[in-house]
Design a protein around this ligand. Structure first.
Ligand code: GLS
Length: 827
């Protein structure tokens, strides 16, 4: 059952700073950095002063780390990601530095509450969901494990939108996380890069008939790096997350400016600065917008220049060791443009022959696939490429041409295979397939959970797997237990410390030791009391945020993730409606009081997702205000779900909803966070749920629904949702209910789009097919909860058996299977 996996060897070594020193440093910053004093300072000022005091320690670590990496000329991984969903940094940095308690004490002595001032910190929401948060967990693990690593991404001025709920509907507001500065980041003007865009390519004939290509860009933008130090647990290694901000290049504007075109020059500024203005709010789907491709190229080009500058400092113009020193992990296809960009640098700028350049490229890049959803596999119109990156399109054609020659050797004259594997999708509007480019240009490709990687091999890229056996592999996702247990659930962490010692944050397998106490009445009581206390805290937050009162004695049933049909928040909603009906029809209906909690943002242009949010809120309004049922049933949609809200909800969850259609959720990581904090999963055999079930055991998880094979078979045989509608009376009644004005008085049909998507729309995610089985699983779960000892045992075993899902294990898998990196100790 429990797998053995390598672990980071660090244990948090509290720094030697005492509370007196920290206190003095905070006060000093209050006076000298913020120009205020203890009497005038508000929480925001205290927060900033405390950040500044902590940052002093962080920067000391950063300096030592950079020196150690430089002296050892280490091989490093460069994690290229369009998203890093960092959340807040103060608590994390304090815990990782081993300074949390001391700082808490120092502030207490100053009459200030650390918990309160931490609330002042805006989330760094530079990501959409799982993919971006995974990147954040990974850089935490990399630093913790003393691995030389740099995260590269975009310094968005506005992160993921702030969600407000008005009359039940989602409203998007800009996220202004940096309005009052970000105390954790440092601008590095000395490392600014200039990035060309647009223009045309000139063909020249050099010595010995050598053809040379010169790209004459139409414009140049400036990339300004902002460094966010990433503190490993134990505080020794401090790596860097380098995020690029776009600015107008001085060089470009100078002529316009001199010609008296002040206003025009300003216009250019605005255009250049648009590049890093906003995070695209889509998860899983791509907008196909020009600006998005420019964003991708901009941060990849800046990052490659940065890497090459550093490489050249140590190795001059000798490229031979480049792939020994540099590995670049592409987080999805978003940074795939880095492949032709490196080719351009090597062939056009370094004048290397194609084959040698390709050899370097394909030993440098590795690619992680995060989804099988066809709409999420990026494709760019070739004509858009031609306009923005004309030289890159030529390079892609050349890569493709040579690749198809290889394909022809294996499958001679097989045009069908060629057109399937080609980077270029032919048609009226030729498209560049970034997935194929990523596979062809990388030495390793991984999926993010066992089942997902199997489907990548079998369904998405089967011929690539045949062509290059062993290139496609699996690395199951993980989460950092520092943020997702130690920092967010201090009560439980303390209890765990008292039983198994303090190493578990870096050796999560040690949690297995808790299994010995799973039947111990005293431990069960302590464990469940902590859960209860966390629920009391969350209930207070719910009241403050929504006005809804919930009873902490009820089951807290939590579904928190992006809103998407495949994640099936509407399946959850249909079940809630079933419970509501059962209670109305039979007031004595036996069920444990339950609070259903949702947190979810919908992409602004995703109409049905927004309709589902609206439906949840309207149903919630009705149920919460219906005295016939509201002692037993409550529904709460918490607005503006984000990392810092997750940190409050997860420790308070009894039940974790992981109910995607089998085969659709590549892995999931919220499933891991919730189980780690003692929530029981109700879920399908999808993504990492399968591996969670293997770890925790069948008795400690509620699995329901169709398997991947059954989903495929049902679809192949012609799925008809009406079969379920007519057959299941309860289901029919619920769906019909949605068409009335019961939940939207005076507005009949306001929730009808949901019903239509499930019937006339063909129910693409098989909600109706899985409904009965889901409802049965809930019944089983409810009766299990009534046995409080049995439930406590299950909850404890969930926490005890989650060792596999530390992101340290994921990183160790990447190191062993893909990166071949060595750690570098920083003293
Ligand atoms: C995602 C998947 O949907 C998640 O299942 C996965 O856990 C995550 C990280 O691997 O990546 N893919 C995606 O485009 N967004 C995601 O969250």
């Amino acid at each position: 059952m429990a797998t053995k996996s390598p672990r980071a060897k660090n244990t948090a070594q509290p720094q030697s700073l005492d509370s007196k020193t920290i206190k003095a440093s905070i006060v000093q910053h209050l006076h000298c950095t913020l120009g205020t004093d203890e009497n005038k300072a508000n929480n925001h000022a205290w927060w900033k002063a405390t950040c500044a005091a902590v940052q002093e320690q962080v920067l000391e670590g950063l300096r030592k780390t950079q020196r150690a990496h430089y002296l050892n000329d280490t091989r490093a991984v460069h994690y290229f990601s369009a998203e890093f969903l960092m959340g807040r940094l103060m608590s994390n940095n304090l815990h990782n530095l081993g300074l949390f308690e001391t700082t808490d004490q120092a502030l207490k002595e100053l009459g200030v509450s650390l918990t309160d001032i931490m609330e002042e910190e805006p989330d760094m929401a530079l990501g959409n969901g799982g993919l971006g948060r995974l990147a954040a967990c990974f850089i935490d693990s990399l630093a913790t494990m003393d691995l030389p690593a740099v995260g590269y991404g975009l310094h968005y001025e506005h992160g993921l939108f702030r969600q407000e709920i008005k009359s039940g509907a989602q409203i998007e507001r800009p996220d202004s996380w940096r309005d009052y500065g970000n105390p954790w980041e440092i601008c590095r003007p000395e490392s600014i890069q200039e990035i060309p865009l647009y223009g045309y390519v000139e063909t020249k004939y050099g010595d010995k008939g050598r053809i040379q290509k010169e790209w004459h860009p139409g414009t140049i933008v400036k990339g300004v790096p902002w460094d966010i130090p990433v503190v490993g647990y134990g505080g020794k290694t401090v790596n860097v997350l380098r995020l690029w901000e776009s600015q107008a290049s001085d060089y470009f504007n100078w002529d316009v400016f001199n010609a008296g075109g002040y206003v025009d020059a300003q216009k250019e500024n605005v255009q250049a600065e648009t590049i890093s203005k906003v995070l695209y709010p889509n998860d899983e789907t791509e907008a196909g917008k020009e600006l998005r491709l420019i964003q991708q190229y901009f941060f990849c080009a800046c990052s490659l220049k940065d890497i090459i500058r550093r490489y050249k400092r140590a190795h001059g113009d000798n490229w031979e060791r480049f792939a020994d020193q540099v590995v670049i992990q592409l987080n999805d296809t978003h940074p795939a443009i880095a492949i032709p960009e490196l080719m351009r640098i090597l062939v056009d700028r370094a004048e290397m022959d194609w084959d040698s350049a390709w050899e370097i490229c394909t030993q440098t890049f590795a690619y992680t696939n995060h989804t099988l959803l066809p709409e999420a596999l990026e494709k760019w119109p070739a004509r858009m490429f031609e306009k923005i990156l004309p030289r890159h399109l030529e390079i892609i054609y050349e890569i493709n041409h040579r690749f198809l020659d290889e394909v022809d050797k294996v499958w001679p004259n097989d045009n069908a295979i060629k057109s399937k594997l080609s980077i270029i999708e032919e048609g009226n509007d030729k498209m560049v397939r970034m997935g194929n480019l990523s596979v062809i240009g990388s030495f390793a490709v991984n999926g993010v959970a066992e089942i997902h990687s199997r489907l990548v091999k079998q369904n998405l890229f089967p011929e690539f797997d045949q062509l290059w056996p062993g290139k496609l592999t699996n690395v199951t996702n993980g989460i950092t237990p520092r943020r997702w247990l130690k920092a967010c659930n201090p009560r439980l962490s303390e209890l765990i410390d008292s039983k198994i010692g303090q190493d578990w944050p870096v050796q999560l397998d040690k949690l297995q030791g808790l299994a010995d106490f799973a039947d111990d009445a005293k431990f069960q009581k302590a464990f469940m009391q902590i859960k209860h206390q966390n629920k009391v805290d969350l209930a207070a937050d719910i009241k403050a945020l929504t006005g809804v009162e919930v009873d902490p004695n009820a089951i807290f049933d939590v579904q928190i993730k992006r809103l998407h049909e495949y994640k099936r928040q509407h399946l959850n909603l249909l079940h809630i409606l079933a419970l509501y009906r059962r209670l109305l029809e039979n007031p004595g209906y036996a069920m444990t009081p339950r609070v259903f909690l949702f947190g979810a943002k919908a992409a602004p242009g995703y109409k049905l997702a927004k309709d589902i949010i609206y439906a949840i809120n309207k149903v919630a309004d009705k149920i919460n205000n219906d005295p016939r049922v509201n002692q037993k049933l409550k529904v709460v949609f918490l607005p503006n779900y984000r990392v810092s809200l997750a940190e409050k909800m997860i420790p308070a969850a009894d039940v974790s909803e992981q109910i995607s259609t089998a085969g659709k959720e590549a892995s999931g990581t919220g499933n891991m966070k919730l189980a780690l904090n003692g929530a029981l999963t109700i879920g399908t055999l999808d993504g990492a749920n399968i591996e969670i079930a293997e770890e925790v055991g069948d008795d400690n998880i509620y699995i329901f629904g169709l398997t991947v094979e059954e989903v495929q078979a049902l679809k192949a045989n012609g799925y008809n949702p009406y079969d379920y509608y007519y057959e299941n009376k309860e289901l029919k009644a619920i769906l019909d209910w949605l068409e009335t004005d019961y939940f939207t008085p005076g507005k009949p049909g306001a929730l009808a789009s949901l019903k239509h998507s499930l019937l006339d729309g063909g129910d693409p995610y098989l909600v109706l097919a899985d409904f009965a089985s889901y409802s049965d699983a809930h019944k089983a779960l409810d009766s299990a909860y009534q046995d409080s000892k049995g439930w406590a045992r299950k909850a404890i075993l969930n926490t005890a058996r989650m060792g596999k899902f530390t992101s340290d294990r994921s990183i160790q898998d990447y190191v062993d299977r893909i990166w071949k990196l060595s750690s570098c100790k920083v003293e």
